[in-house]
Structure formats: structure tokens, C-alpha cells
Design a protein around this ligand. Structure first.
Ligand SMILES: [Zn+2]
Ligand SMILES: [Zn+2]
Length: 133
């Protein structure tokens, strides 16, 4: 009797051990999958929050942004008032109709959510449209 019970116990232990090994791998796959899904959901949420904060669509439409004067920076000790860094030689800058200049990348993200010049608050969209006429 005793030997049978021990055998069973051994069998149980063995099977428990095997059962534990397989799910560990599956669990890793599942957790990786879940992790990826969580990351993608977080990205979606982040993106929709950014859209709300910047109220996308309320800035200067890209078609109008393309009409802005793009230039290469020469020697200057002026600063871009969006990022507060000095302009470097040969950096791509944009001049607004009000003559204020900014880094191209700084200004394009600014104009995605605002139509006003960061320096003088004149309406870039209005000025561009009056140039059209
Ligand atoms: Zn800048
Ligand atoms: Zn200005």
C-alpha cells in the first residue's frame, strides 16, 4: 500500500513539474503579446491626448505652411524664440510674413496648433491669405 501511494506521489510531482515548464513558455508569449498591446494602446491614448492638447486642425494648414519663405541661415547671433537656441549657420529657417524668423522644425510644429506668430502674435494665416489676393 505504501509503495503505491509513494508512486502516485512521485507521478504527481513529475506531472506538476512538466505542467509548470510548458506554461512558462506560453506565459512568456502571452505576456509579450499583452505587453505589445498595452504599448500600442498607450501610444494611441498618448496620440489622442496630444491631438486634444494642441487642438489639431486649428493651426495653419500645411498647404499654407508650404507658402512660407524658407531660407538658410547665414551668420547671425539671433535666437529662435520657440526653442530659445541661437541660429546656427546653414540651418533651415522660415520667415513669416511679419519678417520674424524661426527654425523650420520649431515653426512647423508651432503652426500646427496656432495661426499666430510666436513673437508678435500677428495672424500668419491672415497675412498669407492677403498675399494670395
Ligand atoms: Zn528653434
Ligand atoms: Zn511676427
Amino acid at each position: 500500500m505504501i509503495s503505491i501511494v509513494e508512486e502516485r506521489r512521485e507521478e504527481q510531482q513529475r506531472s506538476e513539474f512538466e505542467v509548470e515548464e510548458v506554461p512558462l513558455r506560453i506565459w512568456e508569449q502571452v505576456t509579450n503579446q499583452i505587453r505589445q498591446e498595452i504599448v500600442s494602446l498607450q501610444n494611441q491614448l498618448w496620440q489622442s491626448n496630444i491631438d486634444k492638447v494642441f487642438q489639431k486642425g486649428n493651426g495653419v494648414p500645411k498647404i499654407f505652411q508650404k507658402k512660407l519663405r524658407m531660407m538658410k541661415m547665414g551668420k547671425s547671433n539671433r535666437q529662435c524664440s520657440i526653442c530659445c537656441n541661437s541660429f546656427l549657420k546653414d540651418e533651415t529657417i522660415i520667415q513669416l510674413p511679419c519678417k520674424h524668423i524661426f527654425h523650420k522644425s520649431c515653426l512647423s510644429s508651432w503652426l500646427d496648433h496656432s495661426t499666430k506668430c510666436p513673437n508678435c502674435r500677428s495672424d500668419v494665416l491672415d497675412l498669407l491669405m492677403s498675399q494670395e489676393r
